[in-house]
Unconditional design. Structure first.
Length: 144
């Protein structure tokens, strides 16, 4: 597992997602539903991608920006000024995260949960996933 932290964005897969989003730039607005549909079509919407999308969305909500530079300025996520998400997209992302959580709490049959269970950072990673779920649930509740 090419990871240097507990976040999905602190892994090779997370950086692959950032690179895939950068291909869609330049634009000043990202839309969660659009990204999920795009990566779903490309069979790129797997557990690590779902976690990384949640991390990016929450990072933008909390800081108002995404701190990911690119050698070509027009491809840098730092240019994004809005990250939109409707209730359907938030619900779909939360549903994906809950499937991951069910796997974590169960037999860890999914590849990602199994890899983390064998890691010394298992408890921290579990807490991180739980925190992502809680933040998305709170955001969804605000949208009502």
């Amino acid at each position: 597992m090419g990871a240097w932290g507990i976040k999905a964005l602190e892994s090779d897969e997370g950086l692959d997602l950032v690179a895939a989003i950068e291909v869609l730039l330049p634009r000043d607005t990202l839309d969660l539903g659009e990204l999920m549909a795009k990566f779903g079509e490309d069979d790129f919407l797997y557990d690590g991608t779902v976690l990384a999308l949640a991390e990016l969305y929450i990072e933008f909500l909390e800081s108002g920006s995404l701190d990911y530079d690119h050698e070509e300025e027009e491809r840098a996520l730092t240019q994004v000024r809005a990250f939109t998400a409707d209730r359907a997209a938030l619900g779909a992302l939360l549903e994906h995260l809950n499937v991951i959580w069910t796997d974590i709490e169960g037999d860890c049959e999914g590849d990602l949960a199994e890899l983390w269970r064998e890691s010394s950072s298992w408890d921290e990673w579990r807490a991180h996933v739980q925190q992502l779920i809680a933040k998305l649930e709170a955001r969804l509740a605000k949208e009502r």
